[in-house]
Design a protein around this ligand. Sequence first.
Ligand code: ADP
Ligand code: MG
Length: 586
Amino acid sequence: MPESKHILQRWPPLQAGGLFLLLYGVSAWLGMRLTPPGEHFSAIWPPSGVLLTALLLARGRHWPALLAAALVLEPLASAPGHWPTPGTLLLSADNALEALVGAFLLRRSVGLRPSLRRMRDVLGLLGLTVLLCPIISATPGATILALYGKVAWVDWWRQWRVFWVGDAMGVLLVAPLLLSWGAEDTVRWPRRRVVELGVLLLALVLTVNGAFQWAPATPSPHHPLPYAAFPFILWAALRFEARGTTLALLALAAVSVAHTLQGHGPFALAASDTLEATSAAATTASLLFLQSFLAAVGGSGLLLAAAVSEQGRAREKSERLNAELSQSLRELAATQRELVRRERMAAVGELSASVAHEVRNPLAVIANSVAALIRLSRPEANSTAWELLGVMGEEVERLDLLVNGLLDFARPLSPRLLFQPLGPVVEGALDSALRSENRPGPFLVTRALDPEVPEAPLDAQLLHRALNNLFLNALQAMPQGGTLQVGLGHAESPEGPPQAVITITDTGTGISPEVMRRLFEPFFTTKALGTGLGLAIVRGIIEAHHGQVAVKSTPGEGTTFTIRLPLTAEVPRELPRESPRDAPRA
Ligand code: ADP
Ligand code: MG
């Protein structure tokens, strides 16, 4: 039985076999108790359901042992204290054959799952093992009795019916119950559901008991009271699927059979009401009527339960598919946004590159000319001209910075990743930022650089530029001075290789939510003399290293930038080691 297991299939074979012997013996004894005195076949023969279940759950190689045990046990349990005779052995072989054929057909054609949550499982069980197989075994069964002279040949047809109905009821009442309650792929019920099941069973027993107690024992063909059981079976099927239905059916059968055997209720016939010769035969006839009622109720209940289960599974599946679809759509939208961003970046980059190239040469000429003019002019001669020259010099310097920033931003990034220690790169970038940011401060700089961080694949020059931008931003965010903390460590990443982690924390102005939203946009700046390209460059460089940048900031308190870089590269490990040429150019 693929995909779905039964709890007994996890038991050791010896233990499961022991349980089978116990159940089989008890059910055979019970079956005998349900045989009206003077009759040969039981009105309900539960061992047929027990044996069928055992064969369905056991491995094929255990079948011979199970069948042999059933063959011997049935005559012993049904006639305690008597040795089996050839006749009783033949009868029990006939019963074993019935279970064998049923289990074989169900396994082959249905692939039955014990939870009975599929229509095909219930249809297979009802059609093959409740209807068909008992017919196959009733024929030899009645014949064996007649051959051994236990019944008259004229009685053959009646014996055949009793045999068929008894076995069919045994399968219908026992097999679905044992299968569904041990199945592992069933839904777990919350406590309230369990209480509800208890209430349902109690109400069913009380109602049916009342109906059978007070219904007159006359053979009225349209007695309304048995129908009182229907709402309970529907309730069980709708709310508790196969497990609830099998239990409700068992309760219904127990109460109604007990009453009918005592001659109570709408199915109980007296000998005078029927064509039967003896009162035992009349009881059997009553039980046959009752069985057809129970079979109809039980079969419909189990089918309804399977339909409810299938509907539930279909709903679950469509909900799961829906969730997956929404997730894919969200991912698609994010990818699309990222694509648009990258395209825009590429366009901005191209434009920046051409502008920067056009501006760079004339700017160099202007810068040289201004420098020459400053050298040639005498300050005291014309002080306004001198001042203006000074302003020109400053602005030319600023334009130069912008052009260099544009070129940095627009240059296609093709990092040369070499395994090397991160510490010196971090130190180098920090030192050059501290040197170039010549504002008064006072700055307190703390470094926590773990020397154990393994070498990482990186382009020292590019990473220097990125870190330098972050250090400059941090220092510029603390115009009144403050503390700059620099950290370097490493961490395991849940999805991917271990990472080096660089943190840069300042106690500066912090970043407002509006600025945060546009932080990495090129040309976005809040500074009078800013270019707004620093963080765009940082992001480009870190992404080229397959790393990530994250920001945390509290306005008024400060900001932390965290950079994560993979410690193993998608590029092969046997990369060339660092050579002096690749040391960062600050
Ligand atoms: P620029 O420094 O030229 O303004 P950036 O791209 O480097 O451009 O930074 C963009 C903006 O992000 C800055 O103008 C500033 O508002 C904000 N910012 C960046 N880093 C920090 C920081 N450490 N603290 C506060 N604000 C910051
Ligand atoms: Mg900056």
